[in-house]
Ligand binder design. Sequence first.
Ligand SMILES: [Zn+2]
Length: 457
Amino acid sequence: MAHMAGTRGEIDTESSAVARLEYKGRTIETRPVAEDQGEEYPRVAFAINGEWDVDGRPQYGMPGQSAESVVSDAKRLITQVDGTFSPYVRAYWYQPGTVEPCPRTKGAAYGQHIKPVGAVCPELRCVKEARVKARRAARATGITASSLSNLLARGGFTRAELRSDGTARSEGFSAEGEDHNRRVVILWRGAGPADSLAGELPRIAEHLQGKGFRVEVSVSGRYLVVFARGAGGTGEREYTPGGAGVVVEQVASVPAPNAQGWQVQLARRELAARTDMVDIEADDDGALDGFQVLADGQGVMVLRVQRGADPRKGTAARERWDAALDQLEAALAEAGFTHLSRNRVRVSARAPRPQAAPTIARVQAVGRPDEFTERVRFAAAATDQESEHPYDPRQVGGDVILHANFAGATLYVVDAAGTHVGRGYRDRASATEALADWYGLPLPVQINHEPSRRDWT
Ligand SMILES: [Zn+2]
């Protein structure tokens, strides 16, 4: 077709026939094209911001359309794009410098579009893609056991080889305890129990800190807790090279009212030292894979805790679960716990009772004779290394009181702060022991009676 020959070259844009006007920051130009230039009807070629061609072809108004009408159409489109941005309108219709090719389709053969400069592309597929990318980015900034494990392996650290039951075949780090992309625990496996950051853990901590991760040392001081980049973690126990290898915080050992029983404290200390499992109470409250120690009379109950617990028999998960219970049972036995028993979720045991009582109670009758009150003060018994250490009676101590009326008599116990500890004890010795247990003091208690200070006046 003849008009296919129409090119910019055929339209004399320098001709005096070109009409030029400014409209809302754009230049609109028109030029009538004569029939003898290959057009069947007289037409008007036009340019916006000097763009006479689109994809190598001139732009024309409709056949027979006047120059005024072409200009009026152009003004209408300009007003329209200024009101509502449209990614598919050619860039030259916009104020110069306000739009740019969308980077997603720049250079693409089809479907190119534009976006406002410095803004997110509002085109529908771009919006959708941005949403997917944002979700992916959120995942990427999260933290998983496998992502961290791969990152450390790339950093040259040794990964522990684990058997199907979860025990270590070879020494190395192990990333575990993943919690909702939030944090991961890094343990050192295969070297046997340690009381500090073992193996490459200090170097691993520094490596991860260098990569922007928040790295904390667990309460037990034996493993690392790594949080996602930019996360604040618990805000405590941040790893510092100087603090490496130091047990940051002992499991509570200061006597305190309503403390965990000494047998619970002992079991927690021993399990922390003898297993590579996580004491979920010493750690924060995230649903970790580990154990929890509860008091059970004078003994303990060690529960196996795992998110999505109770794996089915015959599965690898169940093998790991049982291997963990084996580990807990063996550690308690090694630590001298007796009467071990277990079911599929816990190990029960009785705490070893030392031959020499570790706690001394000094008992003295006080107050009015009809009150039958005995005041109790406690001391840590002398050991080979240390002499007897009395506790401040205003902090640790209390009264054993016999309350009698016409119906009978009962022993009750209050602590140093006057808090009711319990009642109905068999005898004064067991009431005194209950008071010691209230403060988390180790049992048994050796009771020393002191001269009465009863007020007979
Ligand atoms: Zn776009």
